[in-house]
Design a protein around this ligand. Structure first.
Ligand SMILES: NC(=O)c1ccc[n+]([C@@H]2O[C@H](COP(=O)([O-])OP(=O)(O)OC[C@H]3O[C@@H](n4cnc5c(N)ncnc54)[C@H](OP(=O)(O)O)[C@@H]3O)[C@@H](O)[C@H]2O)c1
Length: 256
């Protein structure tokens, strides 16, 4: 984990569910929550990958939660069960998701299910759970990963872009629904950040193609810590007056 710019006790006594915690952005956000003295319930599909991530986070008391996320109802029941077992949540960071690069002529229902399942349908289920009694404390915070692809087009990205745009649309309505309990709901639209997902996307591409991809971001590719800093800002008391928004953390990709 890179440097912690927040206070080491920023999240003391607080419990956070982090999906996608076994890799990339979720793993880094979980590490920063832990560095700020928060407790992490870290979720992913594979026990060993989760345990490896968990053992790298500072502090004690973090819990590995193995779960495949693809369906709103199942996700809602799962989160409700977690809160019953471990206590109510102060926040949720939802980073579970998969890349999908596929032209529309090759995109069938299965590809749309894949793009929407772990990212959007699961997000909707997490939000439903948070609306139920005893799952999230009043004043909590929900943060969903989105992408610059949610608002900028690219060849082969129809299903992926639609799923991230859906998250950004949902966030605005959820902010209105949750405001009476002062629960805040936001998304982060990331540009290209160097994670295992990014490696899979760029591996095999010619160096000049990767260079052009990096140059499409005014500040080049990002690091997972760039997203973690934004996520903890939104999850913690630092973001207390921010809701219903999508924060672009994209090295200047979208402003052009
Ligand atoms: N990296 C980027 O440049 C970038 C940019 C914009 C947006 N994003 C978005 O940010 C999110 C995280 O990306 P990343 O780069 O951190 O990817 P990553 O390194 O591939 O990590 C993805 C995480 O999601 C989990 N996951 C995937 N499918 C799942 C499922 N069906 N159920 C439960 N967990 C599942 C994985 O768990 P396992 O260990 O079980 O595989 C893993 O922990 C994604 O939604 C991605 O689209 C990333």
């Amino acid at each position: 984990m890179s440097q912690n710019f927040f206070k080491n006790d920023l999240l003391t006594g607080q419990r956070f569910l982090v999906t996608g915690a076994s890799s990339g952005l979720g793993r880094e956000v979980a590490a920063l929550i832990a560095a700020c003295n928060g407790q992490v319930l870290g979720a992913g599909r594979h026990t060993e990958r989760l345990q490896a991530a968990l053992s790298s986070w500072p502090g004690q008391g973090h819990i590995a939660c193995v779960q495949d996320l693809h369906d709103a109802d199942a996700a809602a029941d799962w989160v409700k069960g977690l809160a019953q077992e471990h206590g109510p949540l102060n926040g949720i960071f939802h980073a579970a998701g998969a890349e999908l690069l596929r032209p529309i002529r090759m995109s069938k229902q299965a590809q749309f299910d894949e793009a929407f399942g772990s990212a959007f349908f699961a997000a909707a289920g997490l939000a439903r759970a948070a609306s139920q009694k005893g799952v999230m404390i009043d004043g909590g915070s929900l943060v969903f990963m989105s992408s610059v692809a949610g608002s900028a087009g690219k060849v082969g990205m129809a299903a992926y872009s639609a799923s991230r745009a859906a998250i950004e649309g949902m966030v605005r309505s959820l902010a209105c629904e949750f405001a009476p309990r002062r629960i805040r709901v936001n998304a982060i639209a990331a540009g290209a950040v160097q994670t295992p997902m990014h490696d899979r996307i760029t591996q095999g591409a010619a160096p000049n193609v990767v260079d052009a991809y990096a140059s499409s971001h005014l500040l080049g590719f990002g690091e997972p810590s760039d997203i973690a800093n934004a996520a903890v800002y939104l999850l913690g008391p630092t973001g207390r007056w921010v809701t219903g928004t999508t924060l672009a953390v994209d090295g200047g990709y979208l402003c052009q």
